[in-house]
Design a protein around this ligand. Structure first.
Ligand SMILES: NC(=O)c1ccc[n+]([C@@H]2O[C@H](COP(=O)([O-])OP(=O)(O)OC[C@H]3O[C@@H](n4cnc5c(N)ncnc54)[C@H](OP(=O)(O)O)[C@@H]3O)[C@@H](O)[C@H]2O)c1
Length: 395
């Protein structure tokens, strides 16, 4: 795709550390081996007033032979390799959150759960997909083998991209990294020397915001939910302040006190008290990029109110939300091109919290809402024939 969008990598200076050449891989012989016996995970009931728990899901056995699953015209049979444990699943099982504006449909009780993921096409009656294709999907089934009706939300990773290691598409080239890249480079108008604050700074989105902001020469403040995450995020030399919000009595007050020089960009994944605190210290022409409102999906208590919205007017500042699905078609190829260059020029890494076996998905998802993940939580369902991808062991 041709575009006039400037590439972040064009502004970047070379790094002495580099990645090995991406793997050239041949098509795997399908189906690839599973990590555990064939199974699928179904939603048992909507949440309503009950908190999310592992009981919301049920593990069922699945057919040994994937090819026994019947396909209607346009259906695609896939074998997921990696499934992403995403907080947006909450919105699809909580009837209060599921609104008609939300693109991904709410789950029906009894239906196989699904989320973002990558895997292989086993069989297809869709003209754009064929057996052996590597695909990325917004609704990959939580199953050893599963159907994507009408191929909905599937992207074919043909045309060179599929030469890259599969794990990169839930990591450094996954939608969370893309969310960070898009929000920062296309919406936030970052300028060298400015101060950027990012919440959930070790999440799938947050960790990439930190790294890209560093490459762009911003001064970074990272808000995280544990001392361990604080230590991890401080490894980036551009992070001049890390705050563990669990250790703060009043996060809004802390931000007000500890950021006397103000904030130019807030990349927010959380909402609530952090957002309120940032509004109090936002510099003139400040930008708030609203990636998500995680605190709204709290298991016990919903988001705290935001009191200081008037500051947006006083600071001539803006707050901007976005949904990556809407910009994916246009910007994802540009992102991949840019990011692959950055990976080669810089020590860009991506921390994955890898969980083995489909049956562990409900527990892993719950862990994300309890801040137990360090990095993006991914469940591996099947063998990855492109693993390990890099000569020095990093991903
Ligand atoms: N706009 C878009 O199109 C788009 C696309 C993808 C993702 N997103 C959003 O980006 C954000 C990050 O997603 P992700 O998948 O990268 O996250 P993630 O890797 O799954 O990490 C989630 C982290 O969020 C924090 N957290 C969990 N529950 C929380 C709560 N109730 N209150 C405050 N923090 C909580 C925890 O970190 P701590 O321990 O640090 O608290 C947890 O480790 C989410 O809001 C998501 O909806 C937006």
């Amino acid at each position: 795709m041709v575009s006039t969008v400037p590439h972040l990598s064009d502004e970047a200076s070379p790094s002495p550390r580099g990645y090995s050449t991406p793997l050239c891989r041949t098509s795997p012989s399908l189906p690839v081996p599973l990590l555990t016996p064939p199974a699928k995970i179904q939603l048992t009931s909507y949440l309503n007033e009950t908190p999310l728990s592992a009981k919301c899901f049920k593990l069922e056995s699945a057919p040994q032979d994937p090819y026994s699953i019947a396909l209607e015209p346009d259906d695609v049979l896939v074998q997921p390799v990696y499934l992403s444990m995403d907080t947006n699943i909450y919105m699809r099982i909580d009837t209060h959150s599921s609104s008609s504006h939300y693109r991904l449909p709410a789950f029906q009780p009894g239906e196989t759960a699904n989320s973002y993921g990558v895997g292989y096409v086993l069989a297809s009656r869709h003209p754009h997909f064929a057996k052996g294709d590597t695909v990325l999907g917004w609704t990959m089934p939580w199953a050893s083998f599963g159907m994507v009706p009408g191929g909905r939300g599937l992207i074919n990773l043909k045309a060179g991209i599929q030469r890259l290691p599969l794990q990169w598409f839930v990591g450094v080239l996954g939608i969370h990294a893309f969310t960070a890249w898009y929000g920062l480079t296309q919406l936030a108008h970052p300028r060298r020397g400015q101060t950027l604050v990012v919440s959930a700074a070790m999440s799938g989105v947050g960790q990439m915001v930190v790294q890209l902001a560093g490459i762009l020469g911003l001064k970074v403040v990272a808000i995280v939910g544990s001392n361990l995450k604080m230590e991890k995020v401080r490894e980036n030399p551009h992070v001049f302040l890390a705050i563990n919000y669990y250790a703060e009595y009043d996060l809004s007050e802390t931000l007000h006190r500890r950021l006397p020089d103000g904030v130019d960009i807030y990349f927010d994944c959380v909402g609530g008290a952090g957002l309120d605190g940032i509004l109090r210290v936002l510099n003139t022409n400040g930008r708030i990029i609203l990636g998500g409102i995680l605190s709204d999906h709290a298991l016990i208590q919903r988001s705290l109110p935001v009191y200081h919205l008037l500051q947006l007017a006083e600071a001539n500042a803006s707050i901007l939300g976005f949904r990556v699905q809407d910009v994916f078609q246009k910007y994802y190829p540009i992102f991949v091109q840019d990011m692959v260059k950055l990976i080669h020029k810089y020590n860009v890494t991506y921390v994955l919290d890898l969980v083995c076996g489909l049956e562990n998905a409900p527990k892993a998802l719950l862990g994300v809402f309890q801040s137990r993940n360090l990095g993006k939580c991914i469940v591996q369902v099947s063998q990855d024939d492109t693993d390990p991808p890099l000569s020095d062991g990093r991903r």
